[in-house]
Design a protein around this ligand. Sequence first.
Ligand code: AMP
Length: 458
Amino acid sequence: MTTANAYPVTQTIRTIGILGGGQLGMMLAEAAMPLGYQCVFLEDNADCPASLYGRVFHSEQLEAFIAAADVFTLEFENTPTATVEQLANLSTSGSKQGMFPPPIALDIAQDRLKEKQMFNALDIATVPFKAVNSEAELQQACSELGLPIVLKTSRGGYDGKGQFVIKQDSDIKAAWQDLKDAVSGKGELTPTPAPLIAEGFIHFSREVSIIAARGQNGQVRCYDLVENHHHQGVLAKTQAPAVGTSHLFKQATDAITTVMNHLGYVGVMALELFVTKDARGNDAVLANEIAPRVHNSGHWSIEGAVTSQFENHIRAVVNLPLGDTDNVHPAIMLNVLGQYPDISAVLAIDGAHYHSYHKAEREDRKIAHITLMPNDVADLEPALAKLVAVLPNKVGLDKKLASGVIDNQPKVTDHSAVIAADKTSKDSNDTVKNDNAIKDSQTKPVIEAKSKTEKAKK
Ligand code: AMP
């Protein structure tokens, strides 16, 4: 595939170089094309999803990748910061048009400790946490924070990996043994030495995320708060907007706007939040982590928002005006994990939109997503039940499939019997909680969508 455009869409930018070539890169390229931009990718897997949309360069072909593109962005946050810095320096010297987001955003997002320190320095509430470099410091953190705590690697963890819940003193040794290699940089996923982070275990009521785009002129536009349901570290379902959260919208938009302004961020960012109670017993959000890229919990925006997260990211990167982030219709997005469904059965559901990532089937791998947006909001729950019924792999979906209820168990590590036992009791509570959420979704999304006009959009 050629990387040349038939005509230049701006004076200086024709081709966008994307670090990574997974489904996020693929969907960025899908959004770039109608705007007149071509994408190329730096990715070692030549058959990656993005390869359908543009030329893929191996990491050993970095110079050729650089030569092929005018401006750079990323779709994969574990990209080496050295590469991102190199691309940013080319822009500073004037030979390229920019690297967005800036390297500092990646540096922070790759390190949970730096990330939480940044949140607190910006007066954004988080769970209480302590850095841990030794078993003695872990003991100390447990007594200061109080059990249970979640012990995590600062770097290299993803999808719930590299985490251990310490419920009682007798778990401390096992937790330290499990994760201590990360401190010296010997862990499989943690080649860079970094302290562990001990976090107070938070009994959150829901997990939500906010996605925003920031342009090169500093303008920030936020999408609706959405509710996320994970299964063992992998996102299973996103509901947009999150029902009954309009009172939390300002806290969330203030937090993400503050972070983006602080980092001089350009592009789309996601901020994952826990909903909990503050000292006065009011609902409040705690920041968990940022993703310096387009995010799985924003896929609904392709059909469900005036401008998708992918298009807004491209607009920011090429310095075009950002588009309206309003939700046009309540939506539910389900990830397809491991096995493809019968596409005709999926598309027989009114309002179902299917996005294949053209990946080989592999156990619990994200290979597609489906967004449900039936014309009548009252059809959302029945559509979800129909969809669940035709998905071959129901991983992440609750047993109560008939009513389309999805489980909402926290995705913290599964590697201890204690937690397994704990999860059993959580599952039943969460099922009740979700029953309510689903019932609400029949009546509330319209109200939520209407409340958007009251939002203080930045
Ligand atoms: P993370 O990798 O930080 O996104 O954590 C993965 C998941 O573990 C989150 O989505 C939560 O469900 C859960 N989790 C993470 N940190 C905590 C915490 N401090 N307390 C309770 N649950 C947590």
